[in-house]
Design a protein. Sequence first.
Length: 134
Amino acid sequence: FLVICVFELFLIFVLPVRLKQQDALEYQVKKQNMLTWTEELRRKTRQAKPRSPVQECEVQLVMDSLDAITRYIRQYGQDMTISQVNDVCALLDRFHVIVNGWSQGKYQVVEREFDITPILNTMEKKLDRSYRQR
C-alpha cells in the first residue's frame, strides 16, 4: 500500500515538473536550431550563383525574407511561444528546400522563352490577304 501511495505522489508532483523541464528543454533546442538554420540559410543564399536576372531576383527575395526573419527573431525571440518557434522552423524548412535546390540548378522561377514567330507569320498572312482584297 505504501509503495502505491509513494508512486501516486510521484505521479502527482514529480512527473509534471519533469515534463515541464523536458518541454522547456525542447523549446530551447528548437529556438537554438531556428537561429542556426537562419544563419546557415543566409550563408548559403549569399553563396548562390544565379545565372540569370530572374534567378538573381529569386535569390534576392529569399535573402530579404531571411533578413526579415532574422530581425524578427532578434527583436522578439525571447517572447516567442513554442508554436511561433514551430511556425518559423516550418518556414525555414521550406526555405531550406529552395536554397538546396539552387546548388542543383533548380530555381523556383523558371525563365521561359516565348517564340512569337508563328504569331507574326499568321499576322503577316492575314495582312497580305487583307491588302490583296482591297
